[in-house]
Write a new protein. Sequence first.
Length: 391
Amino acid sequence: MRLGKLLTIGLVFFFLLVSNVQAIGITPARVTVDFEPGMEGVKNFCVINNQKKSMGVDLFVNGGLAEYIELSATRATINPAEYSKCFSYIYSLPDRMEPGTHEARIGVTEIPPENIFEGTGISTRASVLSQFRVFVPPEGSHIQIERILTSQADVGHQVSIKLLVRSIGTEDTEFYGDVKISDSNNVNLGTLSVPKTLVTAGAVKIVELNWGGSTIPGRYSILASLTYDEGVETTETAEIKIGGEHVDIIAEDSMQVALDDISNFILTVENFWSEEIEDVSGRIVIQDSAGKTVEQLSIESFDLKALGTKNMNLFWDSRDAAEGEYLVTIVLDYLDGKVSTKKITLSIGAVSAVAESSSVDAPSQELVATLSLLLIVLVILTIIYVAIRKK
C-alpha cells in the first residue's frame, strides 16, 4: 500500500511539472517610464491562460519599487473560456530618486488544485513576471547614440547614414563629432563630420549623413564618435553592406585539429547580389608550412538565392597528415570569371582542453530547462527506489 502511494506521488509530481511548463503567461513583459517627481499612473497587464483551463492565481509585487505599487487584486480565478484575464496596478513615485534604472516585478503564480497532494506536503507552482522600470536621468548633460541606421546600397551608389542621438540627462546638450568608415581590413576609407547639433533634454535628434559608397562589394564598418560637455565622448558602431556581383565566404581565420582526426571547415557563403547566382563551384587547396600543396579537393556546384546565404561543412581527411601548421585556401568560382577566396590557418597536433571547450556552443535555455526537469524527475525516482529498497 505504501509502495503504491509513493509511486502515485512520483507520477503525479512528474505530470504536474510537465503541465506547468508554459501553463500561464503575462503581457506586457516590460514597461518603462521616464521619471518625474511625484508622478502617478496606472498600468494594465494580462495573465494568459495558455492551457485554457480553470485555475486560481496569486498576484504579487517585489523589487526596489514594490513599496510604490498597489495591485488591483492579489488573488483571482481564471475560467477555461478566458484566454486572458487583465488586471492593473497604480504606481505613485516619490519626489526624488537616484539616477539610473529602478525596477519592480509584477508576478503571477498559479495556485495548485486543492487536495491533490493532501498529506504529502508536495506542490509545484508556475510563475511569470512582468517588469516595471523607471528611468531616472542623471543630472546635467548626457547623451548616447541610441542607434545607427544605414541603407543597403549597390556598388557605386551613395549610402545614407542616420545617427539617433538621445539626451538622457536633465539638460539640453550640444554635441559634435565624426563618423569613420573602414573596410574589412580596417583600412579607413573616409571620415564624415558631424556638425554642432543641439538635442533637448529627454529628446532624440536624428543626424543624417551621406557617404559616397564604394566600388567594391562587401561589408564596411562604421565608427561614430560624438563629443559633448567639454570633452566627454560617446561611441557606437554599425555595419554597411554594399551589394553587387559578389560572393562572400565567412569562416574562422584559424582552427586546431588533433592528430589522427578529420578536419571540418564550417563556413557560410553569402550572395551580395540582388539576383540568384547559379552554378557556384570551387575547391579547397591545402599547403604545408613550406608552401607545398599537399591536397586539393573539389567543392560540388550549388546555387545561391538572391541576397541569400548557404551554410556548408567541408571535410578533409587529415588523419595521415603530419603535425604542424597548414594554410587552407577556399576558392569559389562564379559568374564566368569571378572568384572569392578565404584563407584559414590550420594547426594539426595536440589540442589543449581550452581550445576544445571554446568550440562547444553554449547550451540553449530550452536545453537547460529540459535537463533541469529531467534531473528533478531522476531525483524523485531515486527517492522512490530507495524507499522501496528499505521496505
